[in-house]
Write a protein that binds this ligand. Structure first.
Ligand code: NAD
Ligand code: ZN
Length: 351
């Protein structure tokens, strides 16, 4: 299941070397309107010149069947075959949709993921999950499929907004918590004001490898891969609630707030050390601010968690930690424990 992961400071050099050994009849590059503008110019001229560029509208709302159909239509009308190569150049929206489009066109053509957001690099572009939103549901249709290569570089991050950068960073926080004290300390000490991208590269490399290790041990999410859900049970509920009240909350922010709640339950049920809980809560509060809700919203948030597709029963299934790096999957939180965690979250944020 492993997909070769190349981490580089210079995408153009890596591509030159890689293309020497690649065989294909036609080359396609999939971008969205933003990555076409900001990221495509950083690619090697000779590669851009031989490629046919497909551009779809940006944003998760366009990760849909219409965009997918546009991509298939372009490939079909422009002579793509099973021996063609597609480069997905973009954030998670492009690598999810492009991976799905490529792995289904003519029953599967080769593709390379070049993520251009921090979230895409640390999460979406690795792990083999591809897909689109459908029928009003996130990632409702898709396949497990691996890119031939995933090439990661921080060169694209100069044009990301601070919010997009921080949204990706929360998945790095999650990876560090499920990994080790050492990784966690590195995450705490990276200077998020300066955002030195050279210093980010080794941290990012480490973070992606944590995901890769877990995915390789459980590619189809039957067991340990659930560790990657840390923060996501509460996080998805915050995201859905925010969407209902027409408030825009980036995925990574919701996950960071979810981590606060799930570490609290980890402390109560699995003895996660209180000093580390405090440290994580303070760090997350400083970076991600807070999310306002009252106890009137508890029932709705709880309902959203029991309907989370990752749950196997009516109980709320959560991934907990007994310490940093000590993962406890398939844990159950009761309604009382959920409410207590929401109380804790509000107390930490002073409301
Ligand atoms: N497959 C997986 O395992 C997995 C994991 C996590 C998230 N995802 C998916 O990933 C998507 C979210 O990823 P995302 O946050 O990268 O979103 P995205 O791809 O929608 O990118 C966010 C925005 O940034 C723009 N952008 C991308 N790169 C840029 C750059 N270098 N400079 C300036 N602007 C840039 C995009 O055009 C877009 O407007 C969601 O669809 C989510 O479902 C998938
Ligand atoms: Zn996530």
């Amino acid at each position: 299941m492993t997909q070769p992961l190349l981490i580089t400071h210079k995408i153009s050099e890596t591509l030159t070397q890689l293309f020497d050994g690649l065989k294909f009849d036609k080359l396609f590059i999939l971008t969205d309107t933003e990555t076409n503008r900001y990221c495509l110019p950083l690619m090697n001229e000779e590669i851009r010149e031989q490629a046919q560029i497909i551009t779809i509208k940006n944003g998760d709302v366009h990760k849909n069947i219409e965009s997918m159909s546009e991509v298939w239509e372009y490939l079909s009308n422009n002579g793509a075959t099973r021996r063609s190569l597609m480069i997905n150049l973009g954030g998670g929206m492009i690598t999810d949709l492009g991976g799905f489009a490529a792995s289904t066109f003519k029953r599967g053509m080769t593709y390379i993921n070049i993520p251009t957001t921090l979230l895409g690099s640390v999460d979406a572009a690795v792990g083999g999950k591809t897909g689109i939103n459908f029928n009003g549901l996130k990632n409702e249709v898709g396949v497990f499929s691996n890119a031939k290569y995933v090439i990661i570089t921080t060169e694209f991050f100069h044009t990301l907004t601070n919010t997009e950068f921080l949204s990706g960073y929360s998945e790095m926080i999650k990876h560090a918590l499920i990994d080790s004290d050492e990784t966690w300390n590195a995450i705490l000490h990276y200077n998020l004001e300066e955002k030195n991208l050279d210093q980010l590269t080794p941290l990012l490399g480490k973070s992606v490898k944590i995901k890769e290790r877990i995915v390789n041990s459980d590619p189809y999410e039957k067991g340990l891969r659930k560790a990657l859900n840390l923060g996501h049970t509460f996080g998805h509920a915050f995201e859905s609630y925010a969407m209902r009240i027409h408030k825009e909350v980036p995925h990574g922010y919701a996950v960071a707030w979810g981590i606060v709640c799930e570490l609290y339950i980890s402390h109560k049920k699995q003895g996660f050390p209180v000093t580390k809980l405090r440290e994580a809560v303070d760090f997350i509060k400083t970076i991600y601010g807070s999310f306002y809700f009252t106890c009137n919203e508890y029932e709705e948030l709880y309902e959203l968690m029991t309907h989370d597709k990752k749950n196997e029963s009516q109980d709320v299934n959560v991934t907990l930690l007994s310490d940093i790096g000590e993962i406890q999957i398939n844990q159950v939180a009761t309604k009382n424990e959920i409410f207590e965690a929401l109380d804790f979250f509000r107390e930490c944020n002073g409301f």
